[in-house]
Write a protein that binds this ligand. Structure first.
Ligand SMILES: Cc1cc2nc3c(=O)[nH]c(=O)nc-3n(C[C@H](O)[C@H](O)[C@H](O)COP(=O)(O)OP(=O)(O)OC[C@H]3O[C@@H](n4cnc5c(N)ncnc54)[C@H](O)[C@@H]3O)c2cc1C
Length: 400
């Protein structure tokens, strides 16, 4: 079998790999994207849920495959618009974010108006996001049910249901999410010993565009406005997470009520729950030649600040920008230029997210006092609020 020559092979058609394939349009390079999940499974996921674009009869978001909701920053919106993946994506705007801590003083309210923007961010289903990116017009060859099974620095093998394909990519891009866990090369890894329980929930009070982030000793509890209810991301110890996931709906809603309080009235409905173990993982160097990692394959963050996809999208955008001028995208100089270009944003996002987890997932009374003072200061100082909001919206390097 002869190896098929291709300029860029992307392994993984999750939201980041799919975005990269779109961003490489007009780069002058031939691109193949291999996604392990079959087209059937993607269609089945949206059919199961009554159609990815729809809300169900209760007004709940319809995706049932991955219950995760993704908060997209305004910066991501700008990129998705350019990729023509925004226009058909169902989203709920976030116009204010209320941040507080359980059992402590201090709270802050960040408003879109503080930043001169129509919204601080937008909430979308993970599945809808991936579908919109995979459905946008693209000349890359997109293979579904195609799993990367090997790459030795030169040759890549991809297994489809029918056959094994062999490619000789000039640049291999890992966008397969789990790669850090699987690869032999050293990666930094820290287990937060926390589980994120996600579900769609409905409360008596309508959200009016407000997101709630409440820090508890076990971790943050976030309620993001989503369709006619909220996307819940509830961080808890693994034991408690497993117990919450197994509760029947009334008992689950009662526990949520006890943890969040009555600001939104009673919680009255909950959709399917999924649990995600949380860890920080990132790769310092890619060990294989002619290859790069983007998105979760490069760094997996705690979801506390909703940074993971937004950061991964900036990886994809920057890589495509550099590739446009590159004659040899797999060369050392190209790979080093990419690493340099991404280093600051990556480091800042990892540190910001990790510090938030350390600072807020803690019951130390002194830290609680400091947190309260910090939230109060943020509330009183418009420039500090603007800084925090812009940092989350655009990343450390500013506008895309
Ligand atoms: C509970 C939770 C909440 C989150 N909330 C937010 C948020 O609000 N905002 C935000 O920005 N981020 C959020 N994130 C992070 C976000 O989900 C990830 O950063 C994002 O999904 C990364 O996308 P990706 O494409 O890199 O990887 P993935 O989403 O993991 O996709 C990887 C893809 O690769 C495919 N694949 C795997 N192996 C292979 C292979 N060998 N060959 C071919 N294909 C393969 C998989 O099928 C999959 O489609 C959250 C994460 C969690 C767990």
């Amino acid at each position: 079998m002869t190896d098929e020559a291709v300029d860029i092979l992307i392994a993984g058609g999750g939201p980041v790999g799919a975005a990269l394939a779109l961003a490489l349009e007009d780069s002058g390079h031939s691109v193949v994207l291999a996604e392990a999940r079959s087209a059937d499974s993607r269609e089945a996921r949206s059919a199961d849920s009554g159609g990815a674009r729809a809300t169900d009869t209760r007004g709940a978001p319809a995706a049932a495959g991955d219950a995760r909701a993704i908060a997209l920053s305004h910066g991501s919106r700008l990129i998705l618009e350019r990729l023509r993946a925004w226009q058909a994506l169902p989203v709920t705007p976030i116009t204010t974010i209320h941040i507080s801590q359980q059992g402590g003083f201090g709270r802050t309210l960040i408003r879109a108006a503080d930043c001169g923007l129509p919204a601080l961010g937008y909430v979308a289903n993970y599945d809808d996001l991936q579908q919109s990116l995979l459905a946008a017009p693209c000349s890359a060859r997109r293979l579904f049910g195609a799993r990367l099974t090997g790459f030795d620095g030169g040759k890549a093998t991809v297994q489809t249901q029918q056959e094994e394909l062999a490619f000789a990519p000039r640049l291999m891009v890992f966008a397969d999410g789990a790669r850090i866990a699987e690869a032999a090369a050293p990666a930094y890894s820290k287990d937060y010993k926390q589980t994120a329980l996600v579900a769609w929930v409905k409360a008596e009070q309508a959200h009016q565009g407000r997101a709630w982030e409440r820090f508890t000793a076990e971790g943050p509890l976030a309620l993001l406005p989503h369709a006619s209810g909220y996307a819940l991301v509830w961080t808890a110890s693994p034991d408690r997470g497993a117990r919450l996931a197994a509760l029947d709906t009334p008992a689950f809603l009662a526990e949520l009520q006890a943890s969040f309080g009555s600001r939104l009235g009673a919680f009255i409905e909950a959709g399917a729950r999924s649990a995600f173990p949380l860890a920080l993982r990132y790769r310092r160097e890619e060990s294989l030649p002619h290859s790069l990692c983007v998105g979760n394959a490069a760094q997996t963050l705690h979801p506390v600040a909703g940074q993971g996809f937004n950061l991964g999208l900036r990886d994809a955008w920057e890589l495509a920008r550099l590739a446009r001028d590159a004659r040899e995208p797999g060369s050392d100089s190209f790979i080093n230029a990419y690493r340099r270009a991404r280093a600051l944003d990556r480091r800042a996002s990892i540190q910001f997210t990790d510090s938030l987890v350390g600072l807020f997932s803690n019951s130390d009374p002194l830290l609680a006092l400091g947190r309260g003072a910090g939230l109060l200061a943020l509330d009183l100082l418009p420039f500090a609020r603007r800084f925090a909001a812009r940092r989350m919206i655009y990343g450390a390097r500013g506008l895309p």
